[in-house]
Design a protein around this ligand. Structure first.
Ligand code: IPM
Ligand code: MN
Length: 351
């Protein structure tokens, strides 16, 4: 297969982890006879420095022309404590999601047999966890009306959803549930929020189209608790943008390290793959960040192109590296810590 992939490394550790994903993907391409061409483009603080905005039109053009986008991370501390900054790297990410129409963010959480004891949660609670949080990504409070009033003394952000927005993400949830254990949990706050009541009524109305799927409705506060108590009880979950942002960080604790969990963002046409972690600026340039989340994101990309064997090869070699202790410092716990690039080299040479 011939694939044209846009490569948006971004900020902080982004370029380092992206390099490893490219290394591993190129090895997969060589082994299975594919032809991948990578087209790099600027995003985040790196793009602000170069051209004054975090998601320039030139980058959008590269993404639109590509079969998929592989994304590293964005964010830079010099913007975090500067409320006056007019342009922020994160705006680039939001603009990209919106312009590419990436309305569904697929964030799986699973455990690795060799890492179960690295999780702060008890083995018996997390063993066998295999859930997917489907986060709505281009609506809700992230994109609602916002502003200041009363002489700048009041600030507001609004959470708005249309029935159509809920339907399209819910449909993805139902379809995904049909390929798995046919369980779907709709996470909302329908006891308080009107937009959540619209979610619930929309999903309820769709249930008859998917009679085989068992749907449960849970409030987000209760889910926050149950997710770490009994993660095993969940399979496919759908939720709005903000709740999904929070719950997916929480869920990543189950796997043992934030550096492990991949994600895909998909729309009608565009596809983007990225680790769920951020730009980890403290580690930038040190060759110590865990590249596995990005490498596993590349595996999701192969899977979505129907290249199941290729995806499996990546997951298998990742499991092997974990079992053999070829890990970065976040997982080394006193044992030898490998460099980011060494982990990438090891994986590529073991494919
Ligand atoms: C994420 C991140 C982003 C989000 C930030 C960087 C804008 O936390 O992808 O989860 O909130 O969506
Ligand atoms: Mn987040």
């Amino acid at each position: 297969m011939k694939l044209n992939i846009a490569l948006l490394a971004g900020d902080g550790i982004g370029p380092e982890v992206i390099d490893q994903a490219v290394k591993v993907s190129d090895k997969i391409a060589e082994k299975f006879g594919h032809d991948i061409s990578w087209t790099p483009a600027l995003t985040g603080a790196a793009a602000i420095d170069a051209v004054g905005e975090p998601y320039p039109d030139s980058t959008h053009a590269v993404c639109e022309a590509a079969d998929a986008v592989l994304f590293g991370a964005i964010g830079h501390p010099r913007f975090d404590n500067d409320p006056s900054a007019k342009v922020r790297p994160e705006q680039g990410l939001l603009k990209m999601r919106q312009k590419l129409g990436l309305f569904a963010n697929v964030r799986p959480t699973f455990t690795f047999p060799s890492l179960i004891d690295k999780s702060p949660l008890k083995r018996e609670r997390i063993e066998g966890t295999d859930l997917i949080i489907l986060r709505e990504l281009t609506g809700g409070i992230y994109f609602g009306e916002r502003g200041r009033k009363d002489n700048n003394d009041t600030a507001f952000d609004t959470m708005t959803y249309t029935r159509g927005e809920v339907e399209r993400i819910a449909r993805k949830g139902f379809e995904l549930a049909m390929t798995r254990s046919k369980k779907l949990c709709c996470v909302d706050k329908a006891n308080v929020l009107e937009s959540s009541r619209l979610w619930r009524e929309t999903v309820q109305a769709m249930e008859k189209e998917y009679p085989e799927v068992t749907v449960s409705y849970e409030f987000v506060d209760a889910v926050a608790m149950r997710l770490v108590q009994w993660p095993n009880s969940y399979d496919v979950m759908i939720t709005m943008n903000l709740f999904g942002d929070i719950l997916t960080d929480e869920a990543s604790v189950i796997s043992g390290s934030m550096g492990l969990m991949p994600s895909a963002s998909v729309g009608e046409k565009a596809k983007l793959y990225e680790p769920i972690h951020g730009s980890y600026p403290q580690a930038a340039g040190k060759d110590i960040a865990n590249p596995l989340a990005t490498i596993l994101s590349a595996a999701m990309m192969f899977e979505d192109f129907g290249l199941t064997e290729e995806a499996k090869s990546i997951r298998d070699v990742v499991n092997k590296s974990l079992a053999e202790g070829v890990v970065t410092e976040d997982l080394a716990e006193g044992a030898k810590a490998y460099k980011t690039s060494e982990v990438g080299d090891w994986l590529a040479s073991n494919i």
